[in-house]
Design a binder for this molecule. Structure first.
Ligand SMILES: [Zn+2]
Length: 430
């Protein structure tokens, strides 16, 4: 058994002192009060962050899509740059990029990632799914917990065939996708790997196909994720093709529930969100990516008001920081509604709801028993440096808000997954 006595620990939405955490077999066995001196003086223990939406390979796009020779640059032209990258990558490239991406996540306290995986093939003609194993191996090497969110992708847009780089995403039909999910479930190389079901989007997967994926997820106890309503043009194309908005189709055909996460919902109509949230559906926001791509600002008040639990993802990985994702989630809303304090709990606090987005709600979205310092959860944790100069004047009761609204990733000293510390992993590598 490993014992951790931090100076402070984030438990139940507050930083508490006098806490001892017992770790056994990769799980938190117990959390008990103590009078003993800390084993980790000057450090606070927090649950490891859960990154519910990532495309690891897009790390290699950093800086590439940030020159704007015309005034027509948008999400869709960025997507063309992404397709150019996609066509150039081998499984070794993808494995190496994913490993760097996951190591960077570990370094900023992210201990679980939902890897929304649609770059499947090295040889599109063979539909070899060679990238799937490369991503799982990269996660294993980085020691990060991963839910491989295995995406179905069959159309280039509503009624359009796949073209160019999109051929590497091709899952052909429901049965090809199902076989790939079964293969990924068998391929998990350690006990920190699981698989989820994914409808890439309703422009890439038609609704009948999506219904089959939803049924598979339910029958096999997997979570189901999809991109939804990130762009106005996507909603307009869906209405033109089907007569309905994407979220209307989800509500009418895909049986929303707590095992379902719709990613973005930037332009979702309030009445659609109301139905979706009432049914228990979840939303994943990716505030930094949505800002980078000029998507727009979602109505987070409407999401929270609907009862939908919100989690967070680093998505394009142009920047990897859950502290900054939390901050952007709140500050973007302040700009949107011209008021301070939007992601609030009943006590008027923002730090608890934002930390929940980055931990427990992300874990629930990925079907993981993680994201909290409590008995029975996996021992996925991070250490925060309390001795740095700029936290010197912060009261213990204000520390959560200071961390979320002012904290830098330099504060994250180490992270552990299943009790295995990043610092030990790096030492072994040397
Ligand atoms: Zn995405």
């Amino acid at each position: 058994m490993t014992i951790i006595r931090p100076e402070l620990a984030w438990i139940g939405g507050d930083f508490l002192d006098g806490v001892e955490v017992h770790i056994e077999h990769g799980h938190i066995a117990s959390v008990v009060p103590t009078q003993e001196p800390p084993t980790h003086e000057g450090m606070a223990l927090i649950p490891g962050f859960v990154n519910a939406h990532s495309h690891a390979f897009q790390l290699a796009l950093r800086g590439r899509g940030e020159v704007f020779p015309t005034d027509a640059e948008s999400f869709w032209t960025w997507r063309e740059a992404m397709y150019d990258l996609v066509e150039s990558l081998s499984p070794d490239d993808v494995g190496e990029i994913a490993w760097r991406c996951f190591m960077e996540m570990r370094g900023v306290g992210i201990t679980s990632v939902g890897e929304f995986h649609y770059l499947h093939h090295a040889d599109p003609a063979a539909r070899d799914f060679a990238m799937d194993a490369a991503v799982l191996e990269a996660a294993h090497m980085a020691g990060i917990r991963i839910t491989l969110l295995q995406a179905a992708y069959v159309h280039g847009g509503f009624g359009e065939p796949l073209a160019g780089g999109q051929m590497r995403f091709d899952t052909k039909d429901y049965f090809t996708w199902e076989d790939s999910v079964d293969a990924a479930r068998r391929a998990g190389v350690d006990d920190k790997q699981s698989v989820g079901a994914v409808i890439h989007s309703l422009r890439a997967v038609d609704i009948e196909h999506a219904k089959s994926i939803r049924a598979y997820a339910r029958d096999n106890g997997l979570v189901v994720h999809a991109h939804l309503e990130e762009q106005v043009a996507e909603i307009e194309a869906c209405v033109a093709a089907t007569g309905k908005r994407p979220m209307q189709l989800v509500n009418e055909h895909l049986e929303p529930g707590p095992d379902m996460t719709m990613v973005h919902c930037t332009h979702t109509a309030a009445e659609d969100m109301s139905l979706y949230g009432a049914a228990g559906g979840r939303v994943c926001l990716c505030p930094m990516t949505e800002a980078n791509l000029g998507d727009g600002l979602a109505d987070v008040q409407a999401m929270l008001g609907s009862g939908a639990d919100v989690c967070l993802g680093t998505d394009s990985n142009a920047r990897i920081s859950m502290l900054e994702e939390m901050r952007m989630a709140e500050l973007g809303q302040r700009l949107r509604v011209q008021r301070r304090g939007v992601c609030l709990d009943a006590d008027g606090r923002v730090d608890r709801p934002l930390m929940d987005m980055a931990t427990v709600h992300g874990a629930a979205s990925l079907g993981l028993h993680a994201g909290a310092i409590m008995p029975g959860t996996v021992a996925d944790l991070a250490l925060v440096d309390l001795d740095c100069a700029w936290l010197a004047s912060v009261d213990q009761s204000d520390l959560g808000a200071a961390l979320v609204l002012s904290g830098s990733d330099d504060l994250i000293m180490d992270s552990c997954v299943g009790g295995a510390w990043l610092s030990d992993l790096c030492e072994e590598a040397i």
